[in-house]
Design a protein around this ligand. Structure first.
Ligand code: HEC
Length: 127
């Protein structure tokens, strides 16, 4: 490293002399604690059910569309022991007033089993 580039390096990371090491440690942490195969399967299962039941017209798992995204739903009810039952009922009946002005129309085509499974998979998204 010549004098000029080491000065630039010093200016870029004055307070973190061991930054490359920290990055390496972080990458290792990110790889070893990445969502396991089970979590990925759950997201895929939820996505499949959402497509089959036409929820994707208004919802996405991690981005807002017309309705709330399912990660924020999981966060909102994280400490609610009855969340799965409440959400399964709302998935079929629809409703309004929780996330804003837009109503969710009833979804009579959704089977009880699908509603329950989707509610469980949505709640499994909580961090
Ligand atoms: C026409 C658009 C639309 C469709 C289709 C739709 N939703 Fe919704 N959904 C909404 C809106 C809007 C809200 C917010 C309602 C509110 O504020 O109470 C919502 C809310 C929700 C919530 C949060 C409920 C709560 O009380 O916090 C869940 C869970 C949900 N939807 C799941 C589903 C599932 C699963 C499907 C597919 C069967 C589906 N939605 C289909 C628009 C839709």
């Amino acid at each position: 490293m010549n004098v000029e580039s080491s000065m630039i390096f010093a200016r870029l990371s004055p307070a973190r002399p061991n930054r490359p090491l920290t990055c390496l440690a972080f990458s290792f942490w990110a790889i070893t604690t990445a969502p396991g195969a089970a979590a990925q399967t759950d997201t895929a299962a939820l996505q499949t059910l959402m497509q089959r039941n036409n929820c994707t017209a208004c919802h996405q798992i991690d981005k807002r569309k017309y309705g709330p995204n399912f990660k924020e739903v999981a966060v909102r009810y994280a400490s609610d022991a009855k969340a799965v039952a409440t959400l399964a009922a709302k998935i079929k009946a629809g409703g309004n007033g929780v996330w804003g002005e837009d109503p969710m129309p009833p979804q009579p085509h959704v089977t009880d089993a699908d509603a329950r499974t989707m509610a469980e998979l949505i709640m499994a998204l909580k961090p």
